[in-house]
Design a protein around this ligand. Sequence first.
Ligand code: ADP
Ligand code: MG
Length: 199
Amino acid sequence: MQNRFKEKISEAVIALNQEAGSRFNGATLNSFDFSRDSALTEKVEKYVDGFWKERNGLFLWGKFGVGKTHLAIALAKQILVSASPETRIPRVKFYSIVSAMNSIKESIRQDTYSDAVDALKNPFLLVLDDLGKQKMTEWAGETLFEIINFRYNWLKPTIYTSNLPLPDLFSDMGGGVISRIKGSCKVIEIKGKDYRLNA
Ligand SMILES: Nc1ncnc2c1ncn2[C@@H]1O[C@H](COP(=O)(O)OP(=O)(O)O)[C@@H](O)[C@H]1O
Ligand SMILES: [Mg+2]
């Protein structure tokens, strides 16, 4: 029973790796270098330790290349491997906002809109990468509101990443979205330099 549970968790980690892309296969908390932002370790540990009790989401923001996507995926994996038979196998999904919005748009033509939106509404934990990078039309705003509001109402944690601080997303995303994110997420800024430049 215990072994079967562990096997299922490993399968879920592999599935997550496939969604995120091979660059992030090795993205774990252990492979994340915390030395560039000394306050970050403590904030991340606190989030992980409280996760199963508080079930908070996370709003991770910072400049390009500071490790937002890496850390978001690492946290999703950590949450998966810290699941217990009581919490069952949490469904964890990773989406980049741009491709998520594109596939939702495409689904309208194929008459599968509700399936496409459900894919983002329903997972227990959702990583939504690069919030703010989507083209902001009225339609995109409404669709995002539908997803974020659903997850907020059903207490489903979401890990968002963004280049922008929350208040700067305000202008084109509408106050309702921002207040729901604020009300359900810890906000962590990742400081430091672009890691890609001296990888
Ligand atoms: N602190 C870090 N420790 C280890 N690798 C990092 C760190 N920050 C970034 N990287 C690596 O640098 C690359 C860019 O990071 P990424 O997470 O894509 O940045 P961002 O999403 O903030 O633009 C990735 O390959 C990632 O694994
Ligand atoms: Mg990124």
